[in-house]
Design a protein around this ligand. Sequence first.
Ligand code: NAP
Length: 448
Amino acid sequence: MLRVAVVGSGPSGCYTAQSLVQRDPGVRVDVLDRLPCPYGLVRYGVAPDHEKIKSLQGSLAAVLEHERVRFLGGVRVGPGGLPVERLRELYHAVVYCVGAASDRRLGIPGEELPGSWSATDFVAWYSAHPDAADAGFLGGVRSAVVIGVGNVAVDVARMLVRGAAELNPTDIPQAALDTLTASGITEVHMMGRRGPAQARFTTKELRELGALPGTEVAVQESELAFDPADPGTLPGAQRRNLEVLRDWAERPQAPAGRRISLRFFLRPVELLADGGRVGAVRFERTAPDGQGGVTGTGRYEDVPAQLVLRSVGYRGVPLDGLPFDPASGTVPHEEGRVVRGGVPSPGEYVAGWIKRGPTGVIGTNRPCAKETAASLLTDAPVLLGERVPEDPVPALRAAGIEPVLWSGWLAIRQAETELGARLGRSVVKLADWDALRTAARSAQPGRV
Ligand code: NAP
C-alpha cells in the first residue's frame, strides 16, 4: 500500500485525495488539517449566505468518508506542530494543499490604523474561524470602504448590508449575526483601481448585489464611460459585467436604507485618521493607459469611512522545510512535484493555491489536483521503496499530537445542530477552540 499524507482538507486537498484513491486501489490517504474541522475555505471562506456553494461540503465529505481516506484534524504541520521532515518519514509521499493563508498588503500610509482590516480577517470572523477575534469591526460604522473589486470584495460588501431575515437561516455564529444586523452602516463603497472591464468579480456574484433587500446599488455613468474598452472585443465574462454595471448606471435603483457604491479608476494612496482611527480613505483618480493598466492623474478624492476592508487578494505563506518563491507566494513545482535546488523532489507535492497562486473558483482545483495526483502515482514505484509505518497515528501521539478523527468532526457537527436548535435556528457554527475541542472530545473520550 502506498501511504500518502495530504496536508489541508480544503477543496484542493479533498480533490487530491479523491483523485489518488480513484486512480489507484493501492493508495491510502490521510488528510491532515490543523483545525478539528474539515473543508478549508469552503467552511471558513465561502460566505454563509452562499448556501449552494457551501453545500459542496457534502461531496467533500464523501471523499473524506472513502474507505481508503482518513481525516486527521487538529494536526498542525510545521512550527509548533509536526515538522515537515518528520512528516516525510511517516508517509511515502506528502501533498501540501495548504492554500494561501495570508493577505496582500497595500503598502500605503495609514494601513495599520484602527478600523482598517484585511477582508480575510472579517471573513474569518463571520465564518466562525476559531483563530478569529471579534475585533469590534462595526462599532460606530456608518460608512465602509472595501478596497478591491474581486469576489471577496463582493462577499464582504454583501455581508455588510445583509439583514436578519437573510442571515438567520444560515450557519453564521450568533455573535456575528447580532453584530451585523444591529450595525448602523448605511454606505459601502467598493473601489477598483482600474476600470470596470478589469474587475475580477464574476457576473453571478455581481448581479447578486442588485437583488439585496433594502439596498440600492449605485454606479457612476462617467466612470463607465471612461473605460476605452470596446465591449464587442471583451471576453464574455467582462462583457457581461459591463452590461450589468451599465444597466445599474442607466436605470438607478429606488433609494433604500443602505447603498453599495461601485467605483472605478480610483487607487488608494492613504488612509486618513480621525480621532485616532480611520476616518477616510484618500484615492487618486487614475486613467487607462491603453494596455489594461492605469496611470495616476494627480487628482484626489477622499471617501469617508469608519471601516476599511482591504480586499486585494490572498497570499501564500512559506512552510518551514519547504522551498518558497516569495515573488509569487507559491512553492516552486513541476507538474505538482516540489522543486528543490532546481530539481523535482519525488515524495513531495503541491496542489491548489500554494501551487498556482490564489486565483480561480473552487472547481479550478479539480484539474490542478488531478495533475499532481498523476505525477505522484507516476513516482509510486520509487516511493514504495521507502519504509514507512503501517499507521502513523501512534507516531503522531508520541509527538504529543492527538488527531481529531472523523467521529470527532461529526460530534462537532452534532453540537452545532444542537446549538442551532437551542437558538431557534438551524445549524449554527461553534466559533471558538474550547467549544470545538469539547465537542470533538465527546466522540473520543480520553483523547483530544
Ligand atoms: P482577486 O480576484 O485577485 O481580486 C483582488 C482585487 O484587489 C482586484 O480588483 C485587484 O485589482 C485589487 N488590488 C490588488 N492590489 C491592489 C492595490 N494595491 N490597490 C488597490 N486594489 C488592489 O482576489 P479575491 O477577491 O481575494 O479572490 C481570490 C480568489 O477567490 C479569486 O479567484 C476569486 O474568484 C475567488 N473567490 C470566489 C468566490 C465565488 O466564487 N463566489 C468568492 C470569493 C473568492 P487589480 O486587478 O487591478 O490588480
